[in-house]
Write a protein that binds this ligand. Structure first.
Ligand code: PLP
Length: 306
């Protein structure tokens, strides 16, 4: 194989599955895996920006805590897990990456449905950075739809354990597309805003930032923004937001590892505040990206291949 072909094989990303590294296009798991058949799994996603992981420790803490909550076992130490993530990014040669780690219940013994017979599956991978809201959308602000599909109650599936129970969110997203909106947010059974498919929400309303405290993943980007809001002189309250609050807010943003701070310019077809990207959102967005080089919050990738 010539050198350019060898590079191309890994260019789309690299995975570690079943105890071995492979190019992402070759990564596969069993059709019998309960992660697939039951969504019985947890996962986490950390970003790499300009060759540095962003808040890797926070993501590892959350993942390992979720694994424990679901009574799963990744079968390796935290240090080994971290080394595998570095190696996936290094093999793919990515400077900006979306790096995912998953632990599933795995396969039960043949002929059995006894969960206790499952041997858990662990895999991770690095692919080019993913933008939930494209950079072009972020420049002008995205459109958001408030869905009428309620979010799965947190008493049924704990949203603080990052999971693949996304049918409510996927159906809400399809509904949003039908209403010409790019992003969607779901409410709980009591009408409180929760989150969207892969992101938390903040609104600047009545002179302060508010982000939902209940029924959401405790996003690492959410946590980062709470710290940056305080730094910017507008501390954020972790509380309750309704659809009416979003519709009368001066500014609204969604936030996630896959895209950072995503300004929202329209909700249900109406402009948010003056429309466009609000000044406080723009300020948070620039603080967020500046912090990607801060050694307190970022870790250089150990590239072992040139
Ligand atoms: N909410 C849900 C349901 C998510 O899946 C995610 C991330 O994928 C988030 C919020 C944002 O979390 P983070 O900022 O840790 O990426």
């Amino acid at each position: 194989m010539t050198e350019p072909e060898a590079v191309d094989r890994w260019a789309g990303g690299a995975a570690y599955v079943d105890g071995a590294f492979c190019p992402i296009v070759e990564a596969k798991i069993s059709v019998l895996d309960m992660g697939l058949t039951r969504s019985d799994c947890t996962y986490d996603v950390v970003s790499v920006w300009d060759g540095r992981f962003f808040r890797l420790d926070a993501h590892l803490d959350r993942f390992l805590n979720s694994v424990e909550q679901l009574r799963l076992d990744i079968g390796r130490s935290r240090d080994d897990l971290e080394a595998l993530l570095h190696e996936c990014v290094s093999r793919a040669g990515l400077r900006n990456a979306y790096v995912s780690m998953t632990c599933t219940r795995g396969r039960p013994a043949p002929g059995s449905r006894d969960l206790r017979t499952c041997s858990n599956t662990f895999y991770c991978f690095a692919v080019p950075y993913v933008w939930v809201s494209s950079e072009e959308q972020q420049a002008v602000g995205a459109s958001m739809w408030i869905s009428n599909i309620p979010r799965i109650p947190p008493e049924s599936v704990d949203p603080s354990v990052k999971n693949y129970h996304w049918l409510d969110m996927d159906m809400a997203q399809l509904d949003a597309y039908d209403h010409d909106a790019q992003l969607v947010v779901l409410r709980d059974m009591g009408g409180a805003i929760t989150e969207g498919p892969g992101y938390n929400v903040f609104a600047f309303v009545d002179g302060r930032w508010v982000t939902p405290v209940r029924g959401t993943l405790q996003g690492v980007t959410r946590r980062t923004l709470i710290e940056l809001c305080a730094e910017s002189g507008h501390p954020a309250e972790q509380g309750r937001l309704t659809a009416e609050d979003l519709l009368r807010a001066d500014e609204v943003l969604a936030c996630t590892t896959a895209g950072g701070v995503m300004p929202v310019a329209q909700i249900n077809g109406a402009p948010v505040g003056q429309g466009g990207v609000g000044a406080r959102t723009a300020d948070l967005r620039s603080r967020y990206w500046q912090r990607h080089v801060d050694p307190a919050w970022s870790t250089p990738v150990r590239y072992t291949r040139s």
